[in-house]
Write a protein that binds this ligand. Sequence first.
Ligand SMILES: [Zn+2]
Length: 825
Amino acid sequence: MTGDRHRGQAVSGQLRRRPPPWRRSLAVGLAFALAAAGTGASELVNLHARDRTGRLLAVALGSGPAPSPGMAGTVRILRQTCDFRTGASPRNGWDLPLRADLRRSRGLQFHFRCADTTPVSYFALYLQSGNGWYRFEFAPRGNGRWETIILDKRDSQVEGTPAGWGRIECLRVSAWRRSGGKTAFDCAAFTARPATGAILVVRGLGNAGLPAAEIKAAVRHAADIDRLLADHGIGATLVDEPDVDGAMLAGAPAVILPYNPAATNTLAATLASYLERGGHITGFYTLPERLQAATGIRKTAYRRAADIPGGLAAIRPAGDILPGAPARVEQRSWNLNVFAPEPSARVAATWLNDAGQDTGCPAVLVSRRAAWMSHVLLNTDDDQGGRLLLAMLATGVPTVWRDAAGHRLAGLGRALRLGSVADAIRLIGAQAPPGSPAAAALVQAQATQDAATRALRAGAFAEALTLADACDDRLLDAYCRVQRPLAGEFRAVWCHRGQGIDGWTWERSISQLRGCGFNTVLPFVASGSTAAYRSTVLQPLPGVGAENDPLRECVTACRRQGVRCHAWISCLRLGDNPPPDTLQRLRQAGRLQVAFDGTPLPEWLCPAHPANRQQVLKVVREIARRYAVAGIHLDYIRFPNGEGCFCPTCHAAFEERIGRKVGTWPADVRNDARLRQPWQEFRADLITSLVRAVRAELVAAPRRTQLSAAVFADSASARRTVGQDWPAWAADELVDFVCPMDYTADDAAFRTMVRTQLETAARPRIPLYPGIGMSKERLDAAGVIRQVNAARQAGARGFVLFEYDREEAVSILPRLATGLTAPTQ
Ligand SMILES: [Zn+2]
């Protein structure tokens, strides 16, 4: 079973590992003085350009409002009003013709201002090229101040068949509707960002016949490679296949083909002549026929991992053909191309199976002109995968290691955000008693930094990188050890798997948690359709029965180890993959929420439908009576967004509430200003009354059972947007505590959220335990520590981490336990 909030970390179906902390760049939040932007020649396009008849070239999308030119100081701006009140158009924005060649750019940037982003689900910038578009989504802060939006080519998705970055013909900026409302946004000073280097990363796009899944894969693998290079300080330029010509290649020390499933013969011929002139290609998986002679690598077969005994589990370099490569790279590939070395090439790495045995399948081949991997780089083992990429690239561009090591050492210590290594040692040292493990770790940090610097000077670049990792690890260790626990703190984790951590028993999961100083677990036990316990109300998940009751196991383990268990229930959301027959039954019974256009939402139960309300109460009742849980934790106790539900039940209930018919349903709910207030109250009351009913159910339970809820971070808008008036629940003590989902990697934003929540929303009598986006925001131990400390400083007496999974259990929580959550006696 999966909770839904963890989805953010899945990238195209693959779970990404947390990158090493030094690789994470700081959130970009540039304050910007418009006057400084100037109106210089670097602007890609004149936003006020007019045609011969004097008409503005920037035109409205569809029948939406037209953009209007204006000035901010000496800077030309374009203002776009968005009127989503009528629901006629899902988006508002403008188109402006421009001719631009962005091949040698890293992307573009512009200045943006929007006072209220509430009615907007997302903003997008499009660049038209040939028969397609490049699409970037962006999320401004929307605080009414100018901000710089920076877009990287690697983050672009494609629609249709773009003709390359060299042939940009139109710029479009648009806002997509979230809810009925009105707002406006301003844009200014579009400029191209210069590329960082001459190595070309060629994205496998350009062939009109490419299926959607292949396009997605080509985009993803190119983005992964481009990001890995940037993270390692290797300058590169990302282009698409149609951009590649002799002139582009002439200055390229190397070309990378991350995944190019449909490279044309023309492209292959161009690349072949590039190789003949002394070029170098680092390639993955597909190897165009025409390149086989030029690279000295030949494809002989295709194999599925399922047909190889023990499958494919890792890559192991052999001999010294790939200097600096890691000893082993975990990568569970599902297939590969079998490559054979022609006389000039050699096998540089082979595949290992599950048992660690050599499969004999070549993983990387290296020739004078190329390094080729027999599958794509899956990037599931970030650090090691990145090193392997560097090693392959270095066979053609030897300076790669020097650049990567120099970049790495220059950023040493930065992951802690305490300044340089010396700063970190001084700041942490001030809190580390002499002779303590923390003090010892700082001594080691200093020693490894010195050794890394010596290695860099001696030209032992790969060794310098390894030492740099060790230095950062020692600093992090010392930083964690000087943290202090707070007595009596509520320390909890959400665990989205009803069965506990994959491959572990609940006993082990809880034991690990307890050992790391945590006292509460919130296991996900039920969605709106299925249960991870022996339910008589919901359909138990496959495998759940008399012999296997995960909730019972969890409760038993918790009781034995003195950990509190709060059963986490997704109230109104059906969860991933609801059983088709259940979905069908719910639809027929009119129990699903209905969108403005009358279509049922396949994932959401209507909170007005009596059967849905009864279901929530029955689930709570059976859990509270049959399992010794400390509490019930409500999630998805809200509407999905600012609209709905427009089902017949809600229609009738709303009319009864206001005592008259709605003239045109549901349009008037959007358009009639007099209905806005009553509609919002109606929605919020539906949710609040359900919480109240759950509370009453628990009061009647034989054992004292607490009630809590996961709620939206923005208390001011939660009621208006999703009908979740949690400040009122807190004021009325309908719940015993609330956990706002304060998921952000931005520490300042986190601090502001918690302060605001404690000051304005939960001032009353119940505790507020901020939810920290540990895995969702890919925080490392130091990131979690910073946010817990911020929560404590704001006055919170506890926190909940989202979420507890194997990686967090083994790599983050033990670090917290050395200080921040050290078990207190
Ligand atoms: Zn409804």
